[in-house]
Design a protein around this ligand. Structure first.
Ligand code: ATP
Length: 280
């Protein structure tokens, strides 16, 4: 549904920010974009949202060239959730806020009501419909922002560092919600610096370094020891470092603590030994 084709971009002539980046994201894919600060991740999402135009190359959303679309057109296809949800919440109640987008589309009142109810239910905040957004927690505000995007029935959600400033419980709940939305067919593009999120939830990671796409694949491959992840500004998950260090899993990198514990227990019982062989 999204194709970024050989895109290059500079804010100022001669100071290139993205160079020849290509990326395809299909329906229902959960893709993370990682990379050090200033590597060009947010710029890439602004290009996808048609808030910027590529200097060369093209971006197609459902086959439509973003240069021929306005940001308002794009918002129907792709929902964007900012790092700080306060930046996108303006109205007096949660329900009014979520209704804003459908109202702008000129939909009939009954359709707006149905979309708001559905979006609030999907994001688990139906009980907050009449709440004043300013008093909500950051995690709840984030859900309001996601519900507002979902009310436009997009095919994709882009979230820029959605878990920053949230506690572990809110973070886990948000990732579970995103995984469920993905299962229902929504594509998700998540900008994150959180390597534990990559390890636990994401099928595919794209790494941007100095404006170039330097990696696109599974997180187990990313942290297999074959790539200069430190140079790209990524901190490998502790489980990956340990699993490579003790090398009892037949060369397989595991990236979550749960997998690490399971494999260590199997190894201790002798099953892992039989399956993968001992460390060399
Ligand atoms: N509006 C702008 N005008 C000029 N330069 C900009 C603008 N926005 C970003 N830049 C520059 O473009 C480069 C890429 O920035 P971008 O925000 O895309 O990186 P990022 O990977 O998202 O960083 P972070 O992780 O800190 O959000 C940086 O050098 C940044 O200073």
């Amino acid at each position: 549904m999204l194709e970024v084709r050989n895109v290059s971009f500079a804010y100022r002539r001669g100071r290139s920010v993205l160079h020849d980046v290509s990326l395809i994201v299909g329906a229902g894919e959960f893709v993370a974009i990682a990379g050090r600060n200033g590597s060009g991740k947010t710029t890439l999402t602004r290009l996808i949202m048609s808030l910027l135009a590529p200097d060369s190359g093209a971006i197609l959303v459902d086959g439509q060239d973003t240069r021929k679309a306005t940001p308002a057109d794009m918002a129907r296809h792709i929902g964007y959730v900012f790092q700080n949800p306060d930046r996108q919440i303006f109205r007096e109640t949660v329900a009014q806020e979520v209704a804003f987008g459908p109202e702008q589309l000129g939909l009939a009142p009954a359709e707006i009501k149905a979309r708001v109810a559905e979006a609030l239910a999907l994001t688990g905040i139906s009980d907050l419909a009449n709440a004043y957004p300013a008093i909500l927690t950051k995690g709840q505000k984030q859900r309001v922002a996601i519900a507002s995007a979902l009310a436009l029935k997009p095919r994709m959600l882009i979230l820029d560092e959605p878990t920053s400033g949230q506690d572990a419980v809110e973070r886990e709940a948000l990732l579970k919600l995103l995984t469920e939305l993905c299962r229902q067919g929504l594509a998700i593009l998540l900008i994150t610096h959180d390597m534990e999120i990559l390890a636990r939830y994401v099928e595919r990671t794209v790494v941007i370094a100095d404006g170039r796409k330097v990696f696109d694949g599974a997180v187990t491959e990313l942290f297999s020891g074959r790539y200069p992840v430190g140079k790209w500004g990524l901190r490998q998950p502790t489980a990956a470092a340990i699993s490579r260090e003790i090398a009892v899993f037949g060369g397989k990198t595991v990236v979550t603590v749960d997998e690490l514990c399971t494999n260590l227990l199997e190894y201790a019982r002798g099953d892992g030994h039989a399956k993968t062989g001992p460390a060399h």
